[in-house]
Design a protein around this ligand. Structure first.
Ligand code: SF4
Length: 457
């Protein structure tokens, strides 16, 4: 009974957040930066911030997360962090030899008002940035937005490296949003099957799911390269998967480099994956091959086999807006009932979008942006559900209320292997279905009396 003090009565709270369903901006910026090949993320702030960001990512991805810090002390906190950052850039290129340093700010450096572009100029003028190396930066003040905002800001900084030549290169930019390394790999595989040459950024596949070889490499083989990012300005189009994580970068490329963009939902579930494949083939002017149609048919087959178990099941889910939007649509397509949807990321348009997806359904959805896990628990206490879907922080509710729990999203701190198994695309849909049904049937096996306990379900 870890959350035994959660009350059923929902009070109107404006100035109090209890267990927010989000984390801080720089964590998202750090994750995005790891999707650049040869990149060392750098936290422009105090050591404590950097340690927290690294440890959160390490606990989720089960990989060492390399990152440097400007290591603010009292002096930098009062007079600004320029000297620390210029020194850090010099040290990092000298000692660790990355190709890229991706700097994000913190609450402290933002409050001081440190100007990253001006500091980068000084570092270049002082000869601290070796030829052929890149320094980029994103503002990530954590007192606004969430880790999703930080991810989006760093992805936009990556897009701003584009150097259009005026000659189209025939490639399509795909901005995957915050998904697992395996999801990024799956998006690349799907695009390859369709026959479209894409630039995926960021791309953490091959970085945070790299093999154990016996030798430590600070910069694994994966990640989008700087030449690829420069070429993003010559692409024939950009597909941004997710309004919150990816759209800003895509719109910047559209307005500044004349690369037309399409904003899509993340490809979780059948319909969202169909839209992704359809826009991909339209932009590239190709036909969908039989191999992709075959994979789609397998997902349709499994949905029809499992539908009897999913029908009418009530679900509570929390996490990040882009994931929740696609997952809510997927659950409704299975005739399930996503009753409660909470994100810690602010944005009333999220609530509107979820309400639109759930319109005309035989239930009323409760949805909250800038919400917290306390509210989610209160809703569940008032009317329980059959399934919880979300990150690790829901395990207390699952235990207290004895509800099956599908860990999905970020962070997952208490299970392993998730970074290797995609949940995007048709193949990912199969995995989501299997995991959900296992939870329902395990619960049935646990609770059935002997007279209805069956071998075949
Ligand atoms: S001070 Fe700000 S940036 Fe640092 S860990 Fe806390 S919320 Fe994140």
């Amino acid at each position: 009974m870890l959350l035994k003090h959660t009350t059923k009565e929902v009070a109107d709270r404006k100035a109090l957040m209890i267990n927010p369903a989000k984390t801080c901006q720089p964590i998202g910026a750090m994750y995005a930066a790891l999707g650049i090949h040869g990149c060392l993320p750098h936290s422009h702030g105090s050591q404590g911030c950097c340690s927290y960001h690294r440890s959160t990512l390490t606990r989720h991805y089960k990989e060492p997360i390399p990152a440097a810090t400007s290591s603010f002390t009292e002096g930098a906190s009062v007079f600004g962090g320029q000297a620390n950052l210029v020194q850090a850039i010099d040290n990092i290129f000298t000692v660790y030899e990355p190709e890229v340093i991706a700097v994000h700010t913190t609450c402290l450096s933002e409050t001081i008002g440190d100007d990253l572009p001006q500091i980068f100029d000084k570092a270049k003028k002082d000869g601290k940035v070796p030829d052929g190396c890149t320094v980029l930066g994103a503002p990530t003040p954590s007192y606004v937005g969430s880790h999703v905002t930080g991810f989006s800001n760093m992805v936009k900084a990556m897009a701003q490296l584009a150097e259009p030549t005026g000659v189209k290169n025939g490639k399509v930019n795909v901005i995957p949003g915050w998904v697992e390394p395996a999801d990024m790999g799956e998006i690349k595989r799907l695009a390859e099957l369709v026959g479209v040459d894409i630039t995926l950024f960021p791309d953490t596949s091959g970085v945070l799911d790299a093999p154990l070889t016996g030798e430590y490499s600070m910069f694994p083989q994966g990640g989008v390269t700087i030449p690829e990012l420069k070429g993003a300005g010559d692409a024939i189009g950009t597909l941004a998967l997710g309004e919150w994580c990816s759209a800003d970068a895509a719109r910047w490329l559209d307005s500044k480099c004349k690369v037309p963009c399409t904003i899509l939902d993340m490809p979780f579930g059948l319909a969202a994956t169909d839209r992704f494949v359809d826009v991909l083939r339209t932009v590239a002017g190709v036909n969908v091959p039989d191999t992709v149609t075959h994979e789609r048919g397998q997902l349709v087959d499994l949905i029809s086999d499992m539908h009897q178990y999913f029908y009418g099941k009530k679900v509570a889910l929390w996490g990040d807006p882009d994931q929740l939007i696609a997952m809510t649509e997927f659950l409704i397509s299975l005739d399930m009932q996503p009753l409660y949807v909470v994100t810690g990321t602010p944005g009333k348009k999220f609530e509107k979008r979820i309400q639109e997806i759930c319109a005309d359904q035989p239930f009323e959805v409760k949805v909250k942006a800038k919400g917290d896990m306390f509210l989610m628990h209160q809703w569940v206490k008032n009317e329980s559900v059959d399934l919880l879907i979300g990150n690790t922080y829901g395990k207390y509710i699952a235990r207290d209320e004895d509800i099956p729990f599908l860990r999905w999203g970020f962070p997952i701190l208490d299970r392993q292997g998730h970074q290797y198994f995609p949940t995007v695309g048709y193949k990912g849909g199969l995995r989501l279905l299997e995991k959900m049904l296992d939870l329902f049937l395990d619960r049935k096996d646990r609770d059935d009396p002997e007279q209805t306990f069956e071998l075949v379900l």
